[in-house]
Design a protein around this ligand. Structure first.
Ligand code: ZN
Ligand code: ZN
Length: 738
């Protein structure tokens, strides 16, 4: 009989790994023990079929991510039978898994009148339920989670220790007798017990009420579609599209799904999936774009709520202000949502780590959060431990250690002390779980960002270097570590020259990405005002009398037009930008699609929605060389759009113009990249940035590159927008340190 000491590393906590080992060992007639060591699992084993066990371990249970299975010699006796031992502290190199949607078997338990879980909203097992959101520390055992306040009843205790149960060692096991409780509260936060909370909440919702619901990672605000306009008014965001949660059997009737969408929608991560509406004008109250964000119920609570609801769809939006951290506690929810929510459906399981819903579109992540994060990426970045603190907007953080980068869930816009504190808290927790001892801290090039200041202070405290990395180079490095032509199309990022970049083409290796092309720098009259009022941006791109006339026709007083013209000529509070996002804003303004931006990305999203119904035609493009870089003339492109849009006689078709503008801009950007690739003998393009979320623009760039024999890579597991920056910062930081 052989003996062995087996160490398994990876995401092996909270995934039912020990019960899995137990079941396999018993099946293979092996004796021994299995034990959690923080972020690895140690197995002491004796028997003839150890090699078969190793094969099983490499596969692992469904939620596990196995990095390595190491086999070593074992001295000393191994006890008879097989046992799961209590956890011990050990090496911290792994990570807890994300929160996972309720599995079908748990939902069946909830629906089974004879089950002791019948009707219980917090039913879970080793394959499903909350994880990241409830964990205080590793190893992952109930006392180190917010389930510690709910001691197991006799039945749950028996199931927890029963090797035959799928809740064997399920740390989240709970039932109506011993588990967390749900209550309904009125608008002032008064407990309405003993009403049936779910039945009454469903009644309120069906009747047009607005109910805040405590979910896995924070509070949502929910209402039926008919109430959406009132909700948006109460939130002060009348234009913003909101996500919905829909009964699975109703999604096909409202949106067009392909296999990729379907897979994402029904995945255990259960993100919001941005889908194309079947009828672009339907569900206008929820989303006035051609798309709608849809997610399926992902907890027992959602499941039970939809069983009671007469409606098949609920608007579901995070209860926080955009860019701010999720609201997790009832008291705070009642304060923040005063005058908005009519009632609160909340439970007493504390949310330790907040986690927003993830967002996916056409198989690409837009927001990395619940279900996916913390995201672990195997990547060889060398021996040093690194921290990337991310950008300012849509920020998160990445920690690299020992061949793995771990990216945190979405944090928000780090523009205020509250969100900065949340970023720091997230970094400190992840760093502690990973046993990180940073050798360098990497931050954005922008000297004034709160995250830059934090990174510098932390680095000086630790006596390690603080490394600045330019925003758009981080985008490219998040796609590939190989030499490439990088295409970063984005809102705004601080450039090498202090200007506002955002339409950049680079070439070279990760540590030395040279700017070989960009969009034409144009003034942003009034700085941030040009972001809020895209007609200002339009005049920045095309400072012509006919634009002033257009503004006059739209009601701009002569005085304001004079100020705008003088401000632009004299460059008073008028920085230069190469931003792709701002250029799209200007095009939306020209076509009359958006005059004031009321949420992030609104003008460009409205341009995309208009373009979705249009047919693109090819327009002439103009390029020039400036300081060794190829520049696409966006003034010429905007001039083409203006010629067609303002032409007398014959109504120009806005949809076709929007589609043409997008397509020609995308083609121009791709042509610069193709030229650079030929000059430098590169065969790979890397595309990233918030504008790449636009499927038409991304598609045109990728097709144009491929037609020229250039492979075009984009972000997949990391967001296309700024959620990939902290990861890219680590990649470039590691390359610079080498
Ligand atoms: Zn389950
Ligand atoms: Zn119980």
């Amino acid at each position: 009989m052989r003996q062995a000491l087996i160490t398994v590393r990876g995401v092996v906590q909270g995934v039912g790994f020990r019960p899995f080992v137990y079941a396999e060992a018993v099946r293979l007639g092996l004796s021994g023990t299995v034990k959690n060591l923080g972020s690895e699992v140690e197995i002491r084993v004796a028997g003839d079929r150890i090699d078969d066990l190793v094969v099983s371990l490499r596969r692992g249970p469904p939620l596990a991510r196995i990095d390595s299975v190491a086999l070593g010699p074992l001295d000393g006796p191994v006890p008879e039978g097989f046992r799961i031992l209590p956890s011990a502290e050990g090496a911290r190199t792994g990570l807890v898994p994300p929160d996972i949607a309720s599995c079908d078997r748990c939902l069946a338990d909830i629906d089974d009148p004879s089950s002791r879980y019948s009707g219980y909203w917090a039913t879970s097992c080793v394959d499903c339920g909350p994880r990241y959101s409830i964990i205080r520390d590793l190893p992952y055992d109930r006392p180190r989670t917010s389930m510690d306040l709910f001691p197991l009843c006799g039945d749950c205790g028996a199931e927890f220790t029963d090797p035959g149960s799928r809740r064997h060692h399920a740390q989240t096991i709970a039932c109506p007798v011993c588990g967390p409780r749900l209550s309904l509260y009125d608008a002032d936060g008064r407990d309405l017990s003993p009403v049936d909370p779910i039945a009454r909440a469903a009644e309120l919702l069906d009747g047009g009420g607005i109910v805040a619901i405590k979910g896995v990672g924070g509070f949502h605000i929910a209402c039926i579609e008919e109430t959406a306009v009132r909700l948006k008014e109460r939130l002060g965001r009348p234009e913003q599209p909101l996500a919905v949660m829909a009964r699975p059997d109703t999604v096909e009737s409202m949106a067009v799904l392909d296999e990729t969408d379907r897979a994402a929608l029904f995945s255990r991560e259960r993100p919001i999936v941005v889908l194309e509406k079947r009828d672009p004008t339907a569900h206008e109250g929820v989303s006035n774009l051609h798309t709608i964000g849809v997610m399926l119920p992902y907890t027992g609570l959602h499941h039970l709520l939809f069983r009671r609801l007469a409606h098949t769809m609920l608007v579901m939006t995070s209860a926080n202000a955009p860019g701010y951290p999720m609201v997790t506690g009832l008291e705070r929810a009642v304060r923040v949502l005063s005058g908005i929510a009519d009632a609160y459906l909340a439970h007493d399981r504390r949310i330790v780590n907040r986690c927003d819903d993830s967002v996916v579109r056409a198989g690409h992540l837009i927001r990395l959060s619940r279900g996916y994060a913390p995201l672990r990426t195997s990547i060889p970045l060398g021996p040093r431990c690194l921290l990337g603190v991310g950008p300012e907007l849509s920020a998160n953080a990445t920690i690299y250690r020992d061949g793995h980068a771990v990216t945190s869930p979405h944090v928000g816009n780090v523009r205020n002390p509250e969100t900065l504190a949340y970023l720091v808290e997230t970094i400190e927790k992840l760093g502690d779980w990973l046993g990180a001892r940073y050798d360098a801290v990497i931050h954005d090039l922008h000297p004034q960002f709160l995250s830059t200041r934090y990174a510098r202070e932390l680095a000086s405290e630790l006596g390690v270097p603080a490394i600045p990395v330019q925003h758009h180079r981080a985008h490219i490095a998040s796609v590939t570590q190989e030499p490439c032509v990088g295409i970063a199309i984005d809102g705004v990022g601080y450039g090498d020259d202090g200007a506002i970049w955002g339409g950049e083409i680079f070439a070279g290796k990760t540590s030395a990405l040279t700017r070989v092309g960009h969009l034409e720098p144009v003034p942003m009259p009034g700085g941030d005002l040009a972001t809020r009022y895209p007609e200002r941006m339009l005049y920045g791109v095309l400072p012509e009398d006919r634009i002033l006339e257009l503004l006059g026709a739209r009601g701009w007083p002569e005085l304001e037009r004079d100020v705008l013209a003088r401000q632009t000529v004299r460059r008073i509070n008028t920085p230069l930008t190469t931003s792709t996002g701002r250029l799209l804003d200007a095009a939306a303004a020209l076509l009359g699609l958006c005059r004031e931006r009321s949420y992030d990305g609104e003008p460009a999203m409205k341009l995309e929605a208009a373009a979705a119904r249009g047919r693109a035609e090819e327009w002439p493009l103009q390029f020039r060389t400036e300081g060794g870089a190829t520049v696409l003339s966006t003034r010429a492109l905007m001039g083409e759009l203006a010629d067609r849009a303002l032409r007398n006689g014959g109504r120009p078709v806005v949809a076709d113009l929007a589609a043409s503008f997008q397509a020609n801009l995308a083609r121009g950007i791709a042509l610069i990249a193709i030229g650079a690739a030929r000059d430098l003998d590169l065969d790979r393009a890397a595309l990233s940035g918030g504008v790449a979320i636009n499927t038409a623009i991304r598609g045109t760039i990728a097709e144009t590159c491929r037609a020229a024999g250039l492979d075009c890579l984009t972000n997949r597991r990391l967001p296309l927008g700024d959620g990939c920056i902290s990861f890219g910062q680590c990649v470039i930081g590691a390359a610079l340190l080498e």
